[in-house]
Design a protein around this ligand. Sequence first.
Ligand code: HH2
Length: 282
Amino acid sequence: MIEPGGSRPPADHLIMGVVNVTPDSFSDGGRYLDPEAAVARGRELAVQGAGVLDVGGESTRPGAGPVSEAEELRRVIPVIERLAGEPGDFDLSIDTMKLEVARVALDSGARIVNDVTALRFDPGLAALVAERGARCCLMHMLGEPRTMQKAPSYDDVVSEVKAFLEQRMAFAIAEGVAEEKLWLDPGIGFGKTVEHNLELVRRLDEIVAIGRPVVIGTSRKSFLGKLAGGRGEEHRLPGTIATSVLALERGAKVFRVHDVAEVVDALAVASATVGPDMGAGA
Ligand code: HH2
């Protein structure tokens, strides 16, 4: 890992550092299951430039089974409570699809709900987000984690993802969520082939055109391994950087990554090269 502090994220862009408090996440499962280790990891990512720490207690990797509400609460809440008391310029995000987990996380200091089901798993979550004035990330997923990688198929992946996000955005707004609180995410790797993922990054400007900040999460995902001769999770940083830079150029505002220091440097250089006129802020 490179030393932190070399650069800061480009203005109006945010790095969302991943803090997985799980035994089975695809790239870092088991490493931060101990709350002490998870808090230390969060602190480290904040120092490296993460403006959001995304705390999750349920893996959504392909094939993952569900985790009980009690277990998810037991994993994430102590970590959120501790990180909420830390100094630093970051917000906490809870990566969950469960209403009760989101509620306790918001009570404990989280400000953002990151729901990979875009408020479909528990539609009541929308009212909670509205009532608390929280930010909410709506992500596209085809099917569910257990089965999503079994021959996913689209006529036109980008227009279908775009229509889905517009529809979920309309649902959230109808439930009282302020439009300016919404972030949109095409859900890289969630019910998508390698070619679907590439097309979503290539044509990300079409998702950006919806008009809300776009979150992109390519970090260490399997399509990067497949494109780089079968590299394992720990060796996919070059692919993470390549896709993040391309997404930046196409207008993404929030980058959900495991390797914060390296991606911050890459985006700082890329944004300086592209120039200051990269659209509205996150
Ligand atoms: N990807 C993962 C989890 N949550 N949330 C958003 N908004 N966008 C993403 O692309 C996204 C996400 C999967 O990555 P990770 O958390 O590292 O793995 P796991 O689900 O196995 O814990």
